[in-house]
Design a protein around this ligand. Sequence first.
Ligand code: NAD
Length: 436
Amino acid sequence: MELLGKIKNREATIGVVGLGYVGLPLLMEFVEQGFTTIGFDIDDRKVEKLNRGESYIKHIADDRIKKVRETKLFEATADFGRIKESDCILICVPTPLNKYREPDLKYITDTGETLSKHIRAGQLIILESSTYPGTTEEVLLPILEKSGLKGHKDFWVAFSPEREDPNNPNFNTKTIPKVVGANDPHALELAKTLYDQVIVQTVPVSSSQAAEATKLLENIFRSVNIALVNEMKMILDRMGIDVWEVINAAKTKPFGYMAFYPGPGLGGHCIPIDPFYLTWKAREYEMNTRFIELAGEINTMMPYWVINKVMDALNDEGKSLKGSRVLVLGAAYKKDIDDPRESPSFKLMEILIDKGAKVDYNDPFIPELPSMRMYDVQGKSVELTPDSLGSYDCVLVSTDHSAYDWEFICRHARLLVDTRNATLGVKDSKAKIIKA
Ligand SMILES: NC(=O)c1ccc[n+]([C@@H]2O[C@H](COP(=O)([O-])OP(=O)(O)OC[C@H]3O[C@@H](n4cnc5c(N)ncnc54)[C@H](O)[C@@H]3O)[C@@H](O)[C@H]2O)c1
């Protein structure tokens, strides 16, 4: 049967390469809609866990994995020879920056090399990793053609950016409209039909480059607006005005304003990274990305600004940061998730340690700090008790997990620096609270 017919009848086998925060939920949507799936990952531990019906991501319950396994429509494997069993292959591998803040496409090129040894004619291959315009066509396609097969003729390629927002209670993979672009009409029709089976709305665009650029625009928009409120925070702080009060008032305007919130710095796998994919590519066209650079400059400086507030707060107590005991609350990059990637908490801890503070942290979802690409901060989450809280010279709120009892924390801490406006509703604080 033709691939289009197989997709419409849900008889196509879907291979997902990279079973992380993006690939795993996407694969499960296909299973839940009756597709046979194969999950590919180079990490044997993940493969084994999934095949045992266990999750390794906090907001994806073991139960859901177990149910998906029981359907017999899903198997995880590290055997890429099984790529040929897939009709459609979705690539969801990481796209970080290297130490020069340039795109590191190693995971995409490695995947391409592996696939080129196993693909067969008639397959649809869709890249989902966030990247600069041109990656699908200029980087992935030529590698896949090492197979001897010709793209746009023997096999089909498309790009569809991921908009996953882990643990967002209002949206999930299925309910977030999905953009898809391809450079020939048949690939676009195949890819659109595929996502139409599992996702509420598929939005086709005219090329893979347009789809790649769409993702970057979305994340650059966030980065620039976060930088804007971070700058507002610093200015208003100097003026003695509470930026959160101002944002909450501004957002009552029913049009022309969208609330973004300041914080201790950018975090996560996307916003601090993706914009610089465009910066790098723009150089080829002799163009500068001034908004991106400026936003990067302001957002990168936020942890230093926060630490200055900590130093001022300690100074007011007659203490220096050197030798003070500081407890950082939250190691995840945003509330209620267990993902520490690019979390500003690590930068905060690093600066504190560099300046001679004695640092501990607490995060209910991250019992031990994993080794990070950029930071060498280690330790185990300390328990929050009246005694432990009271023993620190300063408690620094970096991530405002819902699990934190702010009344309790403020009752027992001595000095609390709050970068998230987490303590807004606290009535009976013994701690001196400084917003930062
Ligand atoms: N996490 C998010 O919220 C999010 C949101 C939107 C877009 N994205 C983008 O989606 C992509 C994937 O991100 P993620 O958060 O799922 O990453 P992740 O690190 O959680 O998962 C990636 C997985 O790919 C596997 N992998 C690496 N190289 C591989 C290879 N050669 N073959 C097979 N598997 C391989 C890793 O073992 C890992 O399990 C990135 O481009 C990211 O920018 C992520």
